[in-house]
Design a protein around this ligand. Structure first.
Ligand code: ADP
Ligand code: ZN
Ligand code: ZN
Length: 733
């Protein structure tokens, strides 16, 4: 009876892997007056209940009326997904060919996805009562720790912050009983930002950049802010942001996963007195919800966040900044495979606002668009202030005696720097002790049984790790092939590097920063803190150390192994290598002291290395772009990658062969490559096969995908495999 009235049929997006909407009837006794597009609704789905998003009242349904179910309950009287976000999600769903329901629900914080109320939530904040500040109460060391912690956070400390700092509830309650600390309820930390840090006097290039971006405040325009490390890009962002804040608008700042350091957040908080929200991985679910609410209500003015923050609801958004736009972490590599930078550009486009992409080493795609004139190219050629760019030394290590991977000249150089009281940094993008464990008697190597890849030896734990699937085993005593007790670690990882350096520099303190030393929450912050305090003289790190950090006292940076990029099957490997090496090098000499960068390589004469170190990143990039043009690789063509995984390789192969047949009739506009085993053919016990689609025109690729995906959905064979589609893939493994 309901369905006769067209207004009573609900069209709902559900977080399930189907590329269509679902129809439901209005709940009984609900007249439909309160239903707003973008509100959450609870519905029965199979044997479960799901939370979806109300999209529209439908006119009719393919499902017979008597088969339609009633929605259980409307959860919000106000829309949680604004028109902006809806438009953005619809675009992203279409472009990346990902189910709309999943895209929409992903834009909300977890607690809202689970059906929690979107209303104001009151968090407890602890603060010091006056008593303590005056009296000389006695504390246990651990109580003292808590008191000092709260002193450092005059804005109040919530439960999760105590937890992260490793402080127990019992101590907090004891202090509360003593009357030393009290609690305040609030929906947000009051901001105690001083906001009084003065802006700097801009140099000419910065001033030009700021005025160009300001002039775009009323329309869509994409800027590439291309400035060497330390050239003052952040200062440009800050001054443009000030302008946007003056217009009562909000600003979204996207940063790479490892770029969201306390230092970064601090820099924004010091400059502005408006509420600044950081969306980082240490937030509890509650804090995330609170952050979302403050953004959605327009109270928070600056939102700094990683990839997923691009979908944050911001009613008065006036500017987007993507810092380190080349960074890989902006691309989501599973499920909904979007690129946050590209989504951000579309968001700016829909909203008619400017967007700034900043980097010292822009992605080739971005540089290409700048060259075409689609993006406005702003260049900051020099370091700001008194700092100068470091000097590069390429060390030819062919035929050189190495002490566990380090040449004598590097060791000598390190000695000079630490003796002067300066810090040195060594970069090696491989954790563990040694990447290979080999039998000296027969040549056998330890291999992961689930991935067919070599296991990395970790000395401290005496275990072998597969860095691809995370499986681990105890270290073997004997060779698995010939039983000889001659197993030897081969090659160099950060753990081994630490050993070598300890041996050579017993009087100096060494800090190692990689995934193994920073697993515990808060340990990264603690390590960074002690580096800044000057406690450590030698820093060893993987790419975790490469980005965003500012170590004023580091005067020597060593790239232990620059050769990795030459051997990869991925056509982007050289671009990546260049970006990473320059980012690492950029940590050197960021203040007055001139920095030195030493690079060990077996390819000292490689023309690309020469461009990179002695000419410029732009020239390096131009050379690679020429190669890409000659070979018709992105950005001169467009890729979409079908991946399939199965326990039997045949199932994955057969599935993609079927997919290939669908596209076969298409003709020359679309090139098909594969199906072929992936560069990493087996991972965690599953065989991996891929089929690459390549087109010279993006719309061609898109329209074929749109046409044929529904057919793929119908294929019976798909049940035997896990498959996915990656539009604009950035990694081919
Ligand atoms: P980037 O973001 O490009 O790496 P930053 O904005 O962090 O560069 O600036 C690097 C350093 O230079 C910082 O210490 C900053 O305070 C300083 N700086 C930036 N702009 C200026 C300027 N116009 N005058 C003096 N110092 C500056
Ligand atoms: Zn052996
Ligand atoms: Zn494995």
């Amino acid at each position: 009876m309901n369905a006769k009235n067209p207004l009573k049929l609900l069209q709902i997006a559900l977080p399930v892997p189907f590329r269509h909407y679902f129809h439901y009837l209005l709940p009984e006794n609900d007249g439909g007056e309160h239903w707003q597009v973008g509100a959450r609704v609870k519905v029965p789905f199979g044997s479960r209940e799901l939370i979806g998003i109300f999209m529209a009242f439908a006119e009719q349904s393919d499902v017979p009326t008597d088969k339609l179910k009633c929605a259980t309950q409307l959860l919000d009287y106000n829309s949680l997904i604004s028109n902006d976000i809806l438009e953005l999600c619809l675009w992203a769903s279409e472009y990346y060919h990902h189910p709309i329901g999943e895209v929409l629900i992903n834009s909300l914080p977890i607690l809202l996805r689970q059906g929690k109320s979107a209303d104001v939530h009151q968090e407890k904040y602890w603060f010091l009562t006056l008593q303590e500040q005056q009296s000389s109460l006695k504390f246990t060391p651990r109580q003292r720790e808590v008191v000092d912690f709260i002193k450092r956070h005059p804005e109040g400390v919530c439960a999760n912050q105590f937890k992260l700092a490793g402080m127990s509830k019992a101590i907090i309650h004891a202090l509360n009983k003593k009357g030393v600390i009290g609690v305040r309820l609030g929906d947000e930390n009051p901001s105690i930002n001083d906001g009084n840090k003065q802006s700097l006097q801009l140099n000419e290039a910065q001033a030009h950049a700021v005025s160009a971006i300001k002039a775009a405040s009323d329309h869509f325009q994409t800027f590439l802010l291309d400035g060497v490390t330390g050239s003052g890009k952040t200062e440009v962002y800050l001054q443009v942001i000030q302008h946007v804040l003056n217009e009562q608008k909000q600003v979204l700042v996207l940063v790479p996963e490892i770029g969201l350091t306390p230092q970064t957040i601090q820099r924004f908080r010091e400059r502005f007195s408006v509420p600044v929200i950081a969306l980082h991985s240490n937030l509890s679910k509650k804090e995330r919800l609170n952050a979302w609410r403050r953004a959605h209500s327009g109270k928070a003015k600056i939102i700094i966040g990683t990839r997923s923050a691009v979908f944050t609801s911001l009613p008065q958004i006036g500017l987007i900044v993507v810092d380190e736009e080349h960074d890989l972490s902006f691309k989501q590599q599973d499920n909904f495979r979007y690129h946050a930078r590209d989504v951000a550009i579309m968001r700016a486009y829909f909203k008619k606002i400017p967007i700034v992409l900043g980097s010292a080493t822009p992605a080739l795609e971005t540089l290409h668009k700048a060259k075409q004139g689609k993006f406005t190219h702003l260049i900051l050629p020099n370091r700001a202030g008194a700092a100068v760019l470091p000097e590069f030394f390429v060390l030819d290590i062919r035929n050189k005696q190495l002490e566990e991977g380090l040449s004598q000249s590097i060791l000598d150089e390190i000695r000079q720097h630490v003796q002067r009281g300066e810090q040195v940094m060594l970069f090696l993008n491989r954790r563990g002790f040694a990447p290979v464990l080999m039998c000296h008697a027969c040549g056998w190597m330890a291999v992961c049984t689930r991935c067919d890849m070599r296991m990395t030896y970790h000395k401290r734990t005496q275990r072998l790790h597969c860095h691809h699937c995370d499986s681990q085993t105890k270290m073997f005593v004997q060779c698995r092939a010939c039983d000889a007790k001659e197993l030897q670690p081969v090659g160099l990882g950060t753990e081994r590097l630490e050993h070598v350096l300890q041996k050579n520099f017993p009087d100096y303190s060494i800090a190692r920063i990689d995934r193994d030393t920073t697993q515990r929450k808060g340990s990264m912050e603690a390590l960074l803190e002690s580096i800044h305090s000057g406690k450590h003289h030698i820093l060893i790190g993987t790419q975790m150390l490469a980005k965003g950090h500012h170590f004023p006292n580091v005067t020597l940076v060593t790239i232990v192994d620059a050769d990795g990029g030459f051997f990869s099957a991925d056509f982007r490997a050289l671009e990546r290598m260049g970006q990473l090496v320059l980012q690492v090098a950029g940590r050197a000499g960021r203040v007055e002291k001139k920095g030195k960068v030493m690079i060990q390589t077996h390819h000292p004469d490689h023309p690309l290395l020469h461009q990179l170190f002695h000419v410029s990143y732009q020239q390096f990039a131009t050379m690679i772009l020429q190669e890409r043009l000659a070979t018709a690789l992105p950005p001169y063509s467009y890729f979409a990658l079908f991946r399939a995984e199965a326990h039997q390789i045949k199932h994955a192969m057969d599935f993609l062969l079927e997919v290939k047949k669908l596209f076969h009739s298409v003709g020359k506009e679309l090139q098909l490559l594969g199906p072929l085993p992936a560069p990493m053919p087996r991972k965690a016990g599953r065989y991996r096969v891929q089929l690459l689609l390549q087109a010279t025109q993006r719309p061609v690729l898109q329209s074929f995908l749109k046409e044929w995906l529904p057919e793929i959905e119908k294929m019976k064979m798909k049940r035997r495999v896990r498959w996915s589609l990656d539009v604009d893939p950035v990694e081919m493994y």
